[in-house]
Design a protein around this ligand. Structure first.
Ligand code: SF4
Ligand code: SF4
Length: 193
């Protein structure tokens, strides 16, 4: 019985070029030192360490990378970007992969997408993020009504959660227009906004 894995069948040679073009990062220069993985605070929740994601991109393993949990569990903290000896903005690559996965219809951790959309909705509505608004929208979307509510009193007492949104001096409309332009572009390109 032939039980070897045909890597060539799994590879999409155009994947690395697409990731590099969309992220603006030279992923091919990654030499697998592992610095990004060593400093990643979310690594415990990943199914593929971040350096392995980078290798997957180099190899054109599009499906494995875009189906990974890791790209959704990434905190966008940029520790990896700071630590990369090749000056690759690894966090930007992770962000790019999330967008690519979403456009391709792969959302491996739906709760994260719900949180992401809730956060963006408050930015669109108020011109800046609004933590309580984000939590309320997330609870409605995910039906996780009591998520972290026990932490709220302490966070409010420490001034970490503003009850009212902080609308920027120019109002929320300029930011809303950016969202509108993005939506129109997505519609023209036939991708999910
Ligand atoms: S940006 Fe994401 S991948 Fe990079 S260190 Fe932070 S959590 Fe890890
Ligand atoms: S730190 Fe940079 S070079 Fe090292 S594995 Fe991560 S991306 Fe590759």
């Amino acid at each position: 019985m032939n039980d070897h894995i045909d890597l060539n069948r799994l590879r999409d040679p155009s994947f690395i070029a697409a990731v590099e073009a969309q992220s603006g990062q030279n992923v091919s220069t990654c030499y697998q030192c592992g610095n990004c993985t060593a400093g990643c605070p979310a690594g415990f929740a990943y199914d593929m360490p971040v350096s392995q994601i980078m290798r997957g991109v180099q190899l054109g393993l599009r499906d494995s990378v875009l189906h990974s949990r890791s790209i959704w569990m990434c905190l966008s903290c940029s520790t990896c970007s700071q630590r990369c000896p090749n000056n690759i903005d690894v966090a930007a690559v992770m962000e790019t992969l999330r967008h690519m996965a979403r456009k391709a219809g792969y959302v491996t951790v739906p709760k994260m997408e719900k949180f992401w959309l809730s956060f963006l909705n408050t930015v669109r509505l108020f011109g800046r993020s609004h933590e309580i608004g984000t939590m309320a929208l997330y609870m409605m979307r995910s039906l996780r009504v009591f998520t972290d509510v026990d932490l709220a009193p302490t966070a409010i007492a420490k001034g970490k959660l503003g009850l009212l949104p902080h609308i920027p001096p120019g109002g929320a409309k300029p930011v809303a227009r950016i969202f509108q332009r993005y939506k129109e572009r997505a519609r023209r390109e036939g991708v999910r906004p």
